[in-house]
Design a protein around this ligand. Structure first.
Ligand code: GYE
Length: 374
């Protein structure tokens, strides 16, 4: 396909050269009198005829097919906004955007339609880890590079050029370690602690990773009792429904771990309705992931105790990788983790440490929220 594009470019280039040369031959009026300003001529002065011909060619946009998970959360909305900005026409892209509305089949169909188009690059934010090998092989054989964002997939590395996203296991571990420290500081380190979790979409790597990371701390603390872990599908309504059911089933809940901010907001609404106190000075400790503006607002208000960031701004990294590939380079690394931070409602003197990397809890303030991009 690259060869075909090359031949097209050469043919186009020669035709334009021919056109420009003919214009040069027949043209008798001075440049500044035929509608082209003197200024424009001046900027072309230093160019050869061939370069002038190229400069006159309309800029070719890079076709990018982007298949998004859906629009289930604030995090996702921020990621979609970032995608549309990064792959704008001004930046040199023609974007084919598909919102799969959380349906894995729609995602695979979208990739097939991108291959058929064909686009120059495919960017996927996969709903599930599974079900990708066949269609990615098709993209590979069609010589269309694939970039993955956010969630990971189970597939041979050769079928994609790069992945940019978050270390979800680490996020889960940070949450577990923070809870351990927090309970110790409250002298509850040996008490029986009743925990419920509201999980994200079953089989999404964000759900799998956060569950695995947090489970490492469940394993380290025999006094922590995991009562239940149901799926809230990363949505506010899902989080609310699951929490309502938990409140009906369990008379004592000490901690709710919500796998994203929208679920946490839903859980808070359910506790409000059931007249259960939560957050700072409340009966239920609320832990969340994402650290979106709405999530951090709830941290500031003391409703969510701690929020572990997941950075939704990966599309600019994909755009940069594509620019490099267009220039004939390969992305420097196959897997790239985005920078992320951890936030708490209260001052937290403890430093978290996961895999020899330390993390300080940042106390949320009004100023911090004002400056927040997402
Ligand atoms: O936590 C959630 C979203 O895949 C990391 O998906 C992402 C998750 C994020 O809908 O809010």
């Amino acid at each position: 396909m690259i060869q075909k594009r090359y031949v097209h470019a050469v043919v186009l280039f020669l035709s334009v050269c021919f056109f420009v040369c003919s214009v040069c031959v027949i043209k008798t009026v001075p440049d500044d009198m035929d509608g082209f300003g003197a200024q424009e001529d001046a900027s072309f002065d230093h160019l050869t005829v061939a370069e002038q011909a190229l400069a006159l060619l309309p800029k070719k946009l890079i076709k990018v097919g982007f298949v998004q998970v859906g629009h289930e959360s604030d995090w996702r909305i921020a990621a979609t906004k970032s995608c549309k900005e990064a792959f704008s026409e001004e930046n040199g892209y023609e974007l084919y955007f598909v919102d799969a509305d959380n349906d894995p089949k729609v995602q695979v169909e979208a990739v097939r339609s991108f291959i058929k188009e064909p686009v120059d690059y495919i960017v996927i934010d996969p709903i599930l880890t599974t079900g990708w090998t066949a269609v990615l092989k098709e993209a590979y054989h069609a010589h269309i590079p694939v970039i993955l964002l956010d969630r990971t997939i189970d597939c041979k590395e050769q079928y994609y050029a790069a992945w940019f996203g978050s270390d979800f296991v680490r996020e889960g571990e940070l949450a577990g370690q923070w809870l351990q420290n927090y309970l110790n500081r409250q002298d509850r380190g040996a008490q029986e602690i009743h925990i419920v979790t509201i999980n994200g979409t079953q089989g999404a790597s964000a759900q799998l990773g956060r569950t695995e990371g947090f489970a490492r701390y469940l394993g380290k603390n025999d006094n922590w009792k995991l009562l239940a872990q149901d799926c809230g599908d990363f949505t506010e309504s899902g989080g609310k429904a699951v929490m309502e059911a938990y409140l009906k089933t369990y008379s004592k809940i000490d901690v709710v771990v919500c796998q994203n901010d929208n679920e946490a907001l839903g859980a808070c609404a359910a506790m409000d309705e059931a007249d259960i106190s939560y957050g700072v000075d409340g009966d239920v400790i609320v832990i969340s992931f994402d650290a979106t503006k709405a999530g951090l607002q709830a941290v500031l208000e003391g409703k969510i105790n701690a929020d572990f960031e997941c950075n939704p701004l990966s599309p600019p990294y994909a755009a940069e990788a594509i620019r490099r590939m267009e220039a004939g380079e390969q992305p420097e690394k196959k897997h790239y983790y985005l920078p992320e931070e951890c936030f708490a409602a209260e001052e937290d003197p403890m430093v978290l440490m996961v895999n020899f990397e330390s993390e300080r809890m940042i106390t949320v303030t009004e100023e911090l929220l004002d400056d927040r991009e997402y």
